[in-house]
Design a protein around this ligand. Structure first.
Ligand SMILES: [Fe+2]
Ligand SMILES: [Fe+2]
Length: 194
């Protein structure tokens, strides 16, 4: 089973690494970071099924790598079901990963009820506080046609709030990341705007 999991992960990793649909930072600065953070959370919450968490990480944004940005949550869930069922994994194990992928945005597909899904959504949100996600957004804005900054600011604040309040499931994690959240708000509000 471990060999199969590793093989599936390798295939997904290659799809993401060499995708023509994703920017070059997406593999290293998103998916690998989500994996690292999710595994750290597994250490804090040892009841989580680590294999399910790892596979959820690698399936969750595979839709983006395959060119299905919109609806990528459902795409990832369907792709996970197909791949894992073909590889004869237990239905309960497959369901866990499918649900985690489907709900990882915590939007129209609802929120996860499983520890593994909560870990995925939390790690996905936390990744935005690492590796300069917001700097990248601001840099792209400054290098592009510089649309309405107030509009961008409103969108970024909305995203930050949503990540903090809707996607981070664990109170202690939310408390820990709050200084970073406030720091990024300050950067967007006070440094860039002036
Ligand atoms: Fe996603
Ligand atoms: Fe993601």
């Amino acid at each position: 089973m471990q060999n199969t999991i590793q093989q599936i992960k390798n295939n997904l990793e290659n799809d993401i690494k060499f995708s023509k649909h994703c920017d070059s930072w997406f593999y290293k600065e998103h998916v690998l970071v989500v994996e690292r953070l999710a595994l750290e959370l597994c250490d804090f919450y040892p009841k989580a099924n680590r294999d399910a968490v790892i596979l959820s990480v690698w399936f969750h944004d595979i839709g983006r790598a395959h060119g299905y940005d919109k609806g990528h949550d459902v795409y990832g869930a369907d792709y996970a079901r197909k791949t894992l069922t073909e590889n004869r994994f237990d239905k309960d194990f497959v369901d866990l990963i499918v649900e985690a992928c489907k709900t990882h945005s915590c939007k129209e597909n609802g929120k996860s009820n499983s520890l593994e899904g909560k870990i995925l959504a939390t790690a996905d949100a936390l990744s935005h506080y690492h590796n300069g996600f917001y700097l990248r957004v601001l840099y792209s804005w400054s290098k592009g046609n510089k649309g309405d900054y107030q509009k961008l600011k409103t969108e970024l604040f909305k995203k930050m709030k949503r990540d903090l309040n809707e996607k981070i499931f664990f109170d202690e994690v939310r408390e820990k990341i709050k200084p970073m959240y406030e720091a990024w708000q300050k950067v967007v509000e006070e440094v860039v705007c002036k």
